[in-house]
Design a protein around this ligand. Structure first.
Ligand code: SAH
Length: 220
């Protein structure tokens, strides 16, 4: 899926190039991912009062106690998800404002994204439509159960942290597929990659990260 950039008032190329350089310096090396970050208008995903910080490499509040992920984290997770080749069908848990969704959509044919807070999902839907990403499927549900009717997925990304990886997410991962998720408690989490090989799940613990918690149930 390609994003449409006409009529959305992109900020200066220099501002976006500065962010890309920062991510490069911080170890992001996949040029496809850096291009996607450059092309995705992050300022459209946050409220106007914070727009001047849109291309800083920081998480920012999006309401309801949630945050838009830090660009480095979005880049890192995306890089890990596509490292073994382009996934066809991807599941995302924690749509939030839809920024990671918009980046991810550029690397797969079908994207399914679950969010438990209804107003965030409604806003994300509008933004994704505006960018021509209406084909992304959004669901208001507890992502801890995955999206069973659409499983299996070649790749699964969770943007919220939990001490354990939900069994439903592991079982909905296709053979040969990869899951990326922050694992840990409130204060300390490790970005974790799980590769499925038949009934075997190979786990790698990578970077220290900080995400909002993976919560249970839904909010209207
Ligand atoms: N990538 C998003 C990250 C948002 S923060 C962005 O850049 O905006 C993580 C999101 O996960 C929050 O919106 C939170 O509501 C959501 N979340 C937490 N637990 C969840 C669950 N069990 N199911 C679905 N979404 C969940």
């Amino acid at each position: 899926m390609d994003i449409q950039l006409s009529g959305i008032g992109m900020t200066s190329a220099r501002t976006r190039d500065r962010l890309v350089q920062r991510l490069r310096d911080a170890g992001i090396s996949d040029e496809r991912v850096l291009d996607a970050i450059r092309n995705t208008p992050r300022h459209l995903f946050i409220e106007e009062a914070l727009a001047h910080q849109a291309y800083d490499d920081t998480a920012l509040p999006i309401g309801h106690g949630q945050t838009i992920s830090q660009p480095w984290v979005v880049a890192r997770m995306t890089e890990l998800l596509i490292a073994n080749g382009r996934p066809t069908k991807v599941l995302e848990i924690g749509t939030g404002c839809g920024y990671q969704t918009a980046v991810l959509a550029q690397f797969c044919d079908a994207l399914y994204s679950v969010e438990r807070i209804r107003p965030l999902q409604d806003q994300a839907r509008k933004r994704l439509m505006k960018l021509g990403l209406a084909r992304v499927q959004l669901k208001h549900a507890d992502g801890g159960f995955g999206w069973k009717s659409e499983a299996p997925f070649d790749a699964i990304l969770a943007a919220c942290a939990r001490a354990d990886i939900p069994d439903d997410l592991l079982s909905q991962l296709a053979d040969g597929g990869r899951l990326v998720m922050p694992v840990g408690g409130d204060r300390q989490q490790i970005l974790t990659v799980v590769d499925r090989d038949g009934d075997q799940f190979h786990v790698q613990s990578l970077d220290a990260v900080r995400f909002v918690p993976f919560q249970r149930g839904v909010m209207r």
